[in-house]
Write a protein that binds this ligand. Structure first.
Ligand code: AMP
Length: 121
């Protein structure tokens, strides 16, 4: 799948629309999810143009990958979910119901989150 530069997270990265920023590094940006599914629900995205984990893991530089993995951990500590526990989730493609075609890792926490997956309808 080709990267679509009109996706909403690309627009946030270009400063065209605002976000509720939590953290930023050379390679990453983290912000609160606009429709939180848990008391803490933050998204971490790479600044590079990657559709999903599949694209990122195949094409990103080692510095981008290391920076992204470190940022996810830093953000979880920053928002205070490390002690109680949290869930990381990254959707890739149609079966996962990925809505925004720019890689993002969801960090969710702040309450017991229950089982990992819902049964398909
Ligand atoms: P996914 O289904 O994994 O692609 O998740 C996309 C997520 O992006 C959803 O949880 C949305 O609530 C969130 N989202 C969409 N637009 C925005 C926005 N402008 N700012 C913050 N989060 C957003």
């Amino acid at each position: 799948m080709a990267y679509d530069p009109s996706n909403i997270f690309a627009r946030i990265l270009r400063g065209e629309i605002p976000c509720d920023k939590v953290h930023e590094t050379e390679h990453t940006l983290a912000f609160h999810d606009i429709h939180p599914q848990a008391p803490v629900h933050v998204l971490v995205i790479p600044k590079g143009s990657y559709v999903s984990w599949d694209d990122f893991s195949a094409k990103a530089s080692d510095a981008e990958i290391a920076g992204f993995v470190r940022a996810v951990g830093e953000v979880a500590r920053l928002v205070g979910v490390d002690a109680g526990g949290y869930r990381l989730l990254a959707n890739h493609g149609a079966n996962s119901h990925q809505e925004v075609p720019h890689l993002h890792v969801h960090i969710a926490g702040g309450r017991p989150l229950g089982p990992l997956l819902m049964k398909a309808g």
